[in-house]
Design a protein around this ligand. Structure first.
Ligand SMILES: Cc1ncc(COP(=O)(O)O)c(C=O)c1O
Length: 456
């Protein structure tokens, strides 16, 4: 299969420089681009995007995950256009889509006895944390090292801490490390950081400090340090321990929701959390989120005892998109998930073969239609937590592979801490194209960073 010619991105570079004269850092989020190979996008369709130089890319970043059906599929566009051209896009009043989307969510995610809408995953997770504190009367929240729940002071803590044990405490007792300047120490101290996939440590923490812990907030599969799936029995253990200690269990399903299954990770792993948060796939690219769960907890929102609000929450613009997304999932659930998983498996297996054939110790970890390819210091069977993933992966090789793939028209996020997403718009031919590009790209990487240098 022919591989796309290497790309010329001069216009992107020029445009990016111009953007950076008005937008601090050239982008309005913190980690989108890689310096020196920034892309500015002109248009997108399905599984593809085109930059301002006219280069075409197969897209495995998909707007950081929301685009489970690819870029602007017709049914979502039609639903949104119909809503905004015939009825309007901003009410700040109750409307029909409230219950249409609300009832679909209750059906698909039965743990959400009651729910509310928000505008982003960050907000939904903040709201769930406040609710847990309001309900239990306790102040501390347990989160896991390497888990990302958003950028607020409340939880942008130990999401990407420096890997050295000295900087982040002992493995079994990580310290809570603010990930940015500007977070008060007093707020960081409200968060207790734990290693993922270690039930023994969590049990000790809950035994000693359960009296002050409102909730355990967890990504059911860590998806922000590559992908770290839960070990067998781990989530069941977390559920059992939280119940035993009167601590609420919050599933942050911003990444996993509607991606692993119609009912998210809680359906996939068969665990019923007390509260959950959703965003990304829910809006199919429109900014909508939801949080919800046990009726007795959510009742605090109903009575106003715990406050949550926002000018744009539940806007008909985004709920029209959410309804279209959920309709498609309900209609196609029996065929779309097996097909997404099959394509993802093909891509994962193919990438691993290409990379290992070139002599690189490597590993693919994923759940359902998203995964990460890790270049490793030496062969390993699995990576089970943040320090494992960051401590043993070769980020320099990953970055070189990313760059060589981007130059061949295959786009995925440049960071080893991120991941590849697939959509229903991807096809077998796309996988073939990707693997052909990978076979070529890895040879280029091998000239710059030969595999021998990866051995210990
Ligand atoms: C697991 C998880 N929770 C929360 C968030 C924050 O969502 P948002 O970017 O919509 O604020 C993210 C974002 O990537 C995420 O991956």
């Amino acid at each position: 299969m022919a591989v796309a010619a290497r790309t010329d991105t001069r216009r992107s570079q020029e445009m990016f420089r111009r953007i950076a004269t008005s937008i601090a850092g050239g982008e309005s989020s913190y980690a989108r681009l890689r310096s020196g190979i920034e892309l500015c996008i002109e248009r997108t369709a399905g599984a593809r995007m085109w930059d301002v130089d006219g280069n075409e890319y197969l897209d495995y970043c998909l707007g950081y995950g929301p685009l489970l059906f690819g870029h602007h599929p017709e049914d979502i566009v039609a639903a949104v256009v119909e809503q905004i051209t015939t009825r309007g896009y901003h009410f700040s009043f109750p409307h029909r889509l409230d219950y249409e989307v609300g009832e679909r969510l209750q059906r698909m995610v039965p743990s959400m006895e009651l729910l509310r809408f928000a505008c982003s995953g960050t907000e939904a997770t903040m709201a769930a944390m406040r609710l847990a504190r309001g309900f239990t009367g306790k102040e501390k929240i347990v989160k896991f090292e390497g888990a990302y729940h958003g950028w607020s002071d409340l939880h942008y803590i130990s999401a990407h801490p420096p890997v050295g044990a000295a900087a982040a405490g002992l493995h079994r007792a990580p310290r809570s490390v603010p990930d940015t300047a500007g977070i008060p120490r007093a707020i960081a101290d409200t968060v207790i950081v734990q290693p993922f996939n270690d039930l023994e440590v969590l049990e000790q923490t809950l035994d000693r400090r359960g009296f002050e812990i409102a909730a355990v907030l967890i990504e059911p599969a860590l998806a922000n340090c590559g992908i770290i799936p839960p070990l067998p029995g781990y989530l069941e253990g977390v559920r059992r321990l939280t119940e035993a200690h009167g601590v609420l269990l919050i599933f942050d399903e911003v990444m996993t929701g509607f991606r692993l299954a119609p009912g998210g990770a809680q359906e996939h792993f068969r665990i019923r959390p007390d509260l959950s948060t959703f965003a990304k796939v829910l809006g199919g690219g429109f900014p909508v989120a939801a949080f919800g769960g046990r009726g007795d907890v959510m009742e605090l929102e109903a009575t106003g005892e715990v406050m949550h609000g926002g000018t744009y929450t539940a806007s008909p613009l985004v709920l029209a998109a959410a309804r279209a997304v959920l309709d498609r999932i309900e209609r196609d659930r029996d065929t779309m998930y097996p097909e997404l998983n099959r394509l993802t498996q093909r891509l994962q297996d193919g990438l691993l073969r290409v990379v290992r054939d070139a002599g690189y110790p490597s590993l693919v970890q994923g759940v359902g239609p998203f995964f990460q390819l890790f270049f490793l210091d030496r062969p390993r069977e699995r990576l089970i937590d943040y320090r494992d993933a960051m401590g043993h992966s070769r980020r320099d090789v990953y970055a070189a592979f990313h760059e060589a793939m981007q130059q061949r028209g295959i786009y995925f996020h440049p960071g080893q801490s991120e991941r590849w997403f697939l959509s229903t718009a991807h096809t077998d031919a796309d996988i073939d194209q990707t693997l052909a590009a990978a076979a070529e790209a890895i040879q280029e990487v091998a000239r710059r960073l030969p595999p021998r240098s990866t051995a210990e």
